[in-house]
Write a protein that binds this ligand. Structure first.
Ligand SMILES: [Zn+2]
Length: 327
């Protein structure tokens, strides 16, 4: 429950508030941008701002004390509606959109109209999108739709053309790092790495750093380094990384292969940009990195086709990293 925008959202927030203050708010906004930039939290803050009875239009904040703000703060404002993918489902269904339209026929509770957050918009089925389109063509008075999308290019043009689009840019590396530092002060060695992994999206990087997945990732990375420096045998490293339970091994192995591809792609990019690689990587040429990338990629491609032994495959990968490709 944000009371103010995240640091990198200042420009987008400014624009949203200007649109609202000048009463140029249409019936639908399409908020686009990558995952992990905080689109949803900003949309919810904007909704609170729109529903607030006495928003501070200079400071561009909801007042925080009126009845609407109090209801919003506990997620209980009757004119604030959400439509999203239900637990266990993959799409926003036509029934969900129809149900929303019915609820919208009723009068609003406050005087500020009603604000609907629908996300992710690209997960609507074709029928759901058609149903929404009808509503957007004849919108009930005093209603604002906030559609959120990571991949807005797959949305029907008929919907996109009825929305005012506001794009969330990826923040500068400097801004993202500064925020990540404030959130994870003790993880200094990993800030940049997590950010690269998250393609520059700060919230995604932050949740990565806080996840148990990240611990496993660090374990894998340190074993890889140990093998690379000859401090550990490939067989030992492979055994230490993979879980004892055989039914979990394949899933982790696949995850590991994807980490590897991401890490190698970043290394190849850094090398091309003449950035200094960590000492344990400096003996590797660009050709070495690319050849190993290809090898990991082939293993990942085949991983579901053949009944493979994850541990043997992992050992083989470590050995090929250490001694190079034969071709
Ligand atoms: Zn208020």
């Amino acid at each position: 429950n944000l009371m103010s925008p995240l640091p990198w959202q200042a420009a987008v927030w400014q624009r949203l508030c200007e649109v609202a203050n000048r009463d140029r708010l249409g019936h639908a906004l399409l908020l686009t941008g990558a995952a992990g930039l905080g689109k949803l939290s900003l949309a919810q803050l904007f909704r609170r701002y729109l529903l607030c009875e006495q928003p501070d239009t200079v400071a561009q904040q909801p007042c925080g004390v009126c009845r609407a703000c109090q209801l919003s703060a506990v997620g209980n404002h009757p004119d604030a509606m959400d439509v999203t993918v239900e637990a266990g489902k993959q799409h926003i269904s036509v029934d969900q959109v129809r149900d929303l339209c019915q609820r919208m026929m009723r009068t609003t509770h406050g005087h500020q109209g009603r604000v609907i957050c629908l996300y992710p918009a690209e997960s609507m089925t074709q029928n759901a999108a058609n149903s929404l389109l009808k509503t957007l063509e004849e919108p009930p008075p005093n209603s604002v739709f906030l559609l959120l999308s990571q991949r807005w290019s797959v949305l029907p043009l008929t919907i996109v053309s009825r929305c005012q689009r506001i794009h969330f840019p990826v923040p500068s590396n400097e801004d993202a790092l500064r925020w990540l530092q404030s959130q994870h002060p003790s993880a200094s060695a990993h800030w940049q790495y997590a950010l690269d992994y998250a393609a520059g999206a700060p919230l995604r990087a932050s949740s990565l750093l806080a996840s148990s997945e990240w611990e496993r990732h660090q374990e894998w990375l340190s074993r890889w380094q140990a093998v690379s420096e000859g401090r550990q045998l490939p067989t030992e490293a492979a055994e230490a990384i993979l879980p004892k339970k055989t039914d979990q091994r394949l899933a982790l192995f696949k995850q590991l292969l994807r980490w590897w591809l991401t890490a190698l792609a970043l290394m190849i990019k850094d090398q091309a940009l003449n950035k200094a690689l960590p000492a344990w990587l400096q003996a590797k040429s660009r050709h070495d990195l690319q050849a190993f990338y290809q090898r990991v990629f082939r293993v990942l491609q085949d991983v579901d086709q053949v009944a493979l032994n994850a541990q043997l495959q992992l050992e083989a990968l470590f050995i090929s990293w250490q001694y190079g490709e034969e071709d």
